[in-house]
Design a binder for this molecule. Structure first.
Ligand code: HEM
Length: 130
């Protein structure tokens, strides 16, 4: 029986397993690796803080999630792969309310990112403020 996401150790295991899959994905892996290069440890630390804040209510992430994505060569097909790997990872490791919330939050954030990216692509003069 799988447990729910309850601690920072759970968040680390979720994030590490997920980005392990992301890095190996033929479509989205190279996009991450090109931008992040040798900064994977920092990126993972940041993502622990992000999900710790979102899921555990422990406010360790102070940032703006969208701007780093604004100029990436990504569209809904990339987000579909990202979300598929995220759902797969959450389901493999956890079960419960927080696990469901992790999937729901990612779905919502991805939808918001896609809306913004498509908007900026169609309005080349506009620049993301936040
Ligand atoms: C195919 C889809 C995605 C790609 C290619 C992508 C890629 C990236 C990259 C390259 C960075 C910047 C890393 C750096 O330079 O340090 C980043 C940061 C981040 N991503 Fe994504 N991402 C994707 C989807 C998502 C989704 C769906 C979420 C939310 C659930 C998300 C949340 C974040 C957050 C919170 C950061 C840190 C922002 C900050 O600097 O404070 N990403 N992502």
């Amino acid at each position: 029986m799988k447990n729910d996401i309850r601690s920072i150790e759970d968040i680390r295991s979720l994030v590490d397993t997920f980005y392990g899959k992301v890095r190996n994905d033929a479509t989205i892996g190279p996009i991450f690796n090109q931008v992040i290069e040798g900064r994977w440890p920092e990126h993972l630390q940041k993502m622990y803080r992000f999900w710790q804040t979102v899921l555990l209510g422990e406010h360790t992430y102070f940032g703006s999630p969208f701007p780093p994505h604004a100029q990436l060569p990504i569209d809904r097909t990339h987000f579909a792969i990202w979300l598929n790997l995220w759902h797969e990872t959450v389901n493999e490791l956890f079960n419960g309310e927080k696990a469901n919330e992790a999937k729901w939050r990612a779905d919502k954030m991805a939808a918001m990112f896609i809306t913004k990216i498509e908007y900026y692509n169609n309005n080349s003069a506009a620049r993301p403020l936040i």
